[in-house]
Design a protein around this ligand. Structure first.
Ligand code: NAD
Length: 436
């Protein structure tokens, strides 16, 4: 089997799953000069992309249209088109089940979808974040069973973790070092050759399991450090010390310290989810992931902390949560993006609603909460305007996620109370601003 992309294929690469990860990946490959096919089962999404309209604000349409015009980027829902691509990259979701167990159903479905169209000489690379062993065991099995071909002999199989940073304009595929592991040395060589077409620095590792572990390690590192700083916030808040001032000063140390910032919890499709993929897998080896579980406990407790700060502050003003009108600022899980998956803002909203508060939200990036995001129970609710007249109706606000372009000084001016988990509201206005 040749390690070079064979000219027998019409496309250099097909990206299966055109979401937050798949779209920038497909665009990045096309920008690298690769003939790229985007495939998704979502017909609306593909129709939008075919007409040159990006469904993601993080990837502007202007990046897509010239590539389509040059014939470098096309989109389809036709599965048989996959057989025309030398390589297929899988970027489907990897959620958790209700009891925090991994759900690799999307990966297995994608494998079953690809299998009938696998041809000798193809490469399949998985990019969905998952536990070590998924590519080598689970994906390999469905691909081999459905195709009658043998991985490592008839076709190549690899894993390459995704490092997409949504909302960060500097996060380009070409600039981000790409870790790659292959099922065999030949699979690795083939995957390195593919990614080298679009990425400046490819980092080969010895196995698919290692590459899967790299991704989990990166996200667990973040998950645990956010938990640490969240715990420190609770301690320092009780001591009357400003955690933000502490971090700002600590990060002047030129070695041995890396700043992480506290918040009302962790959100998104990666950080709150991926660590539990390892927790589940580690049980197979009779090992408890105590750090991960502790960090999860702390991070999941943060919405309760923010709400308790608000309830206590309302109390000092002679009010109770029951019947108070509370404005939530930011339901996206991080600044400047329209993604509200797993957003802890919804936990804050749920807790306050359960206490009888009347809740509204403002988020310029999420004008309406949909049933597809993280706030299903709030679907249909729309973002309220932020102006003096509106603010006069509220007893307090909680800042959960800061976005550029929001005038936080309005809150300081027109509200009696602001609970600020993001250190963004000016403290010299009329409002009582307390950290959370
Ligand atoms: N979002 C991020 O910032 C990020 C960063 C790094 C890694 N990841 C990982 O990347 C993976 C994908 O995440 P995402 O955020 O892009 O998900 P997403 O939900 O935004 O997109 C997934 C896409 O896959 C499509 N899809 C699902 N099943 C399919 C199938 N069988 N065939 C074809 N298309 C199918 C969906 O229609 C959707 O468009 C996850 O494993 C995630 O953990 C995400």
């Amino acid at each position: 089997m040749s390690t070079q992309t064979t000219t027998a294929f019409h496309y250099d690469v097909a990206v299966l799953g055109l979401g937050y990860v798949g779209i920038p990946l497909a665009v990045g490959f096309a920008e690298g000069g690769c003939r790229t096919l985007g495939f998704d089962v979502d017909t609306e999404r593909v129709a939008s992309l075919r007409s040159g309209i990006s469904p993601l604000t993080t990837v502007p349409s202007e990046r897509i249209t010239p590539l389509a015009a040059q014939g470098l980027l096309s989109f389809t829902t036709e599965k048989d088109e996959l057989s025309r691509s030398a390589a297929i990259i899988i970027c489907v979701p990897t959620p958790l089940r209700t009891h925090l167990d991994p759900d690799i159903g999307f990966i297995l479905d994608a494998g079953r979808e690809i299998a009938p169209y696998l041809r000798p000489g193809m490469l399949v690379s998985l990019e969905s974040s998952t536990y070590p062993g998924t590519t080598r065991q689970d994906l390999c099995k469905v691909l081999e069973e459905g195709s009658g071909l043998k991985a490592g002999i008839d076709f190549c199989l690899a894993f390459s973790p995704e490092r997409e940073d949504p909302g960060n304009p500097k996060s380009l595929l070409s600039e981000m070092p790409k870790v790659v592991g292959g099922l065999t040395p030949e699979c690795l060589a083939r995957a390195v050759a593919l990614y080298s077409m679009a990425v400046k620095k490819v980092v080969p590792v010895s196995t698919c399991d290692t590459a899967e572990a790299v991704k989990l390690t990166e996200n667990i590192f973040r998950f645990i450090n956010i938990a640490l700083v969240n715990e420190l916030k609770r301690i320092y808040t009780a001591m009357g010390i400003d955690i933000w001032e502490v971090i700002d000063a600590a990060k002047t140390k030129p070695f041995g310290f890396m700043p992480f910032y506290p918040g009302v919890g962790v959100g998104g499709h990666c950080i709150p989810i991926d660590p539990y993929y390892l927790t589940w897998k580690a049980r197979e080896y009779n090992i408890d992931t105590r750090f991960i579980q502790l960090a999860g406990q702390i991070n999941r407790g943060m919405p309760y902390f923010a709400v308790s700060r608000l309830v206590d502050a309302l109390n000092t003003q002679g009010k109770s949560a029951q019947g108070s009108r509370i404005l939530i600022l930011g339901v996206a899980y991080k600044p400047d993006i329209p993604d509200d998956r797993e957003s802890p803002s919804y936990e804050v909203m749920d807790l306050l609603r359960d206490k009888g508060a009347v809740i509204d939200y403002h988020d310029p990036n999420i004008p309406e909460i949909t049933a597809h995001g993280g706030g299903r129970e709030w679907a249909g609710k729309t973002s309220v305007a932020l102006n003096a007249e509106m603010l006069a109706e509220y007893d307090a606000a909680i800042i959960c996620t800061p976005h550029h372009g929001v005038d936080y000084s309005l809150l300081a001016e027109y509200l009696p109370l602001v609970v600020d988990a993001c250190n963004i509201v000016p403290k010299d206005g009329k409002a009582r601003v307390i950290p959370a």
